[in-house]
Design a protein around this ligand. Structure first.
Ligand code: ADP
Length: 254
């Protein structure tokens, strides 16, 4: 009896240890894979705009493109777009560094939401890669208390995603609503949508929906993690409602 009891106990203990080791190894492997993917993505993402701009400058300086006003305009436009892309990427990586250290300092101030969104939308129009129909429903008097830089980044991330994960005839709607216990802002698109199983994990760092068009849209899966962090640091919450093929709506509540 005693021998059987202790053997069973030993067996349970060994199995337990083994399972624990296995899950740790698996978790580390997953993390290593994720980090590897991230570095590969990032290298690729940073190299592409740099080599495009380098090629454009080369064409202008050494291959006579400067003599042709149309070509000059084209190459400069390409360079400008790529520099915008590069600066977005640097911004994202900087945000990541901030997140890593967990020291997201907020400086909330009273902001006119309609003005802020107006500026962001105008910026998007300048660097637009495809035509976007913005439908804004934000009262001119709507004033909110937020950190202008981080909150602006939040909206930029949501707008970028809305555009990037939509195929054509992009419509981005932004609605503000004053509620009894606070206010809410929704950013909605008519894009590819997100299957329900991913509605919570999309806010995890590095997560990208595998069924989405991963290769057409370049990204690190960091945007929404940053968005959620900023929103929560403001005492707010974020959730998504979405259906594949119909579109997505990200709802921020404060
Ligand atoms: P990234 O866009 O760099 O991959 P995000 O953290 O911003 O990273 O988004 C995570 C994932 O959530 C995206 O890869 C995409 O699969 C999905 N996603 C985010 N926003 C949308 C959207 N508006 N429509 C469809 N899918 C989206």
């Amino acid at each position: 009896g005693w021998l059987l009891g202790s053997s069973v106990l030993l067996l349970i203990l060994t199995t337990g240890c083994f399972m624990l080791m296995l899950t740790t190894i698996l978790r580390q492997k997953k993390l290593a894979e994720v980090k590897n993917d991230f570095i590969n993505n990032m290298t690729h993402e940073l190299k592409t705009p740099i080599s495009t701009v380098t090629a454009a400058i080369e064409a202008l300086l050494h291959f006579g493109a400067l003599k042709d006003p149309v070509k000059t305009n084209d190459y400069l436009t390409i360079s400008q777009n790529n520099m915008h892309r590069l600066s977005d990427l640097v911004e994202k990586v900087l945000n990541l560094a901030v997140e890593e250290k967990q020291e997201l300092e907020l400086y909330p101030e009273s902001i006119n939401l309609s003005e802020l969104v107006g500026t962001l939308v105008a910026d998007h129009r300048v660097r637009a890669v495809k035509p976007v129909n913005f439908k804004l429903d934000i009262p001119e008097a709507a004033t909110v208390s937020v950190d202008k830089v981080h909150f602006g980044n939040v909206l930029n991330n949501l707008i970028d995603n809305a555009i990037n994960y939509s195929e054509e005839q992009v419509v981005v709607r932004m609605n503000y609503r004053q509620e009894q216990d606070g206010w809410q802002l929704a950013v909605a698109d008519n894009g590819i949508g997100i299957p329900k199983v991913y509605h919570t994990v999309i806010f995890d760092r590095f997560f990208r929906v595998p069924t989405g068009n991963l290769h057409a849209v370049k990204g690190f899966g960091l945007g929404l993690a940053y968005v959620r962090q900023v929103v929560e640091r403001h005492g707010g919450s974020i959730r998504v409602t979405s259906e594949p093929g119909k579109g997505s709506e990200f709802i921020l509540k404060f």
